[in-house]
Design a binder for this molecule. Sequence first.
Ligand code: IMP
Length: 430
Amino acid sequence: MSNVAVIGSQWGDEGKGKIVDWLSSRADVVVRFQGGHNAGHTLVIDGVEYKLNLLPSGIVRQGKLSIIGNGVVVNPWCLLKEIETLKEKGVRIKPENLMLAENANLILPVHQALDQAMEITRGQNKIGTTNRGIGPCYEDKVARRGIRVCDLYHPELLKEKLTKMMFHHNILLKGMGVDPVDVEATYDKLMEISADILSYTGVVWKVLDEARSENKKILFEGAQGTMLDIDHGTYPYVTSSNTVSSQAAAGSGVGPDAVKFVLGITKAYTTRVGTGPFPTEQDNEVGQRLGERGKEFGTNTGRKRRCGWFDAVMVRQAAKINGMSGIALTKLDVLDGLDEIKICVGYKLGDKEINHCPSSQIEQAEVEPIYETVEGWSESTYGARSWAELPAQAVKYVRRIEELINTPVTLLSTSPERDDTILMHDPFVD
Ligand code: IMP
């Protein structure tokens, strides 16, 4: 048996929810290792809908241990609210099935105030963040002024750290014309929930070490996507964490050898929310059609997603950077009925042809896609459960993607329904 890391190959929203749910039903332990409540997906189990932002997907299933690792930034009030909402739906959440890393950083009201103020200050160059305080919290972590879960054990130290942190941020907020955030108010708010939060707290790396020695199956659940990675993405139009598979290790406290299979969730076309370069974007009828058929609205913020053709250059790059063992290809049915479909197979940069996404934001904005056009199909692929049920042109499209990204399709998802899946290889089995 091997442990699996699931990550997004594009700019997030690749349809991880369904795949992660299927995999988590087979795992013993499910671990979130980066991001925070900027992520969002909906699970439907036995007709009941569950919305998750911060909690790992394993939480809605009995007998699984769900872990929020140290790499996650945690808004403690949102965490408790999410727990409460799920409990109201009958989900059992106890310290026995949910553990929060004591070395995870906390998102505080000041981080949200900063996120909002900084976006306004950026004006036209705004990132289009989810406004959840994710970036400012990671900034504090790296600046070594962050508040961690374990600080709740020591109220005096907590107050001292909050005072130093607010001294720094309130100068900044004042400069941006925003009201300062009160230390006492934040401290009191934290003390109100401290016992609740601490009841879930534990030494995650040890628990994962034990799970590994007992040969338990661990699923590392990534959020966002590779092109939003702070190092490898379309910087600065990215999120503030490493979203790539190697973060599964650092963000939870296991060695890199813990991850045996990296599954890249990959949409059969491309979408992006927020601003930033998007070479294959179709700001036209094609994009509109993809958006409508694919219901491309953010689960978290309700924002309309930008849509475009499949970009094999970016996904191949993502496959290499993540060490992808295979991809789960989703939403193929959204392409049903198109006469022809384009795939980006390279970029033009000035008079040069390149086969990677450059790091410079200027070059990222300048690259022009080189397309290959393939024939579409008129039949429906929706709900197909075997290759034989797929039209020949759809099979050709999938095979061409595999070839271009140099990575096999492990799983093909043909509708949001769990069983509408064509499985080539079980990622948990070596
Ligand atoms: P932040 O993570 O809120 O700082 O937002 C930074 C960028 O990442 C913005 O472009 C967001 O739209 C994008 N982003 C953050 N979380 C997600 C996600 O779960 N799906 C897709 N895009 C996301």
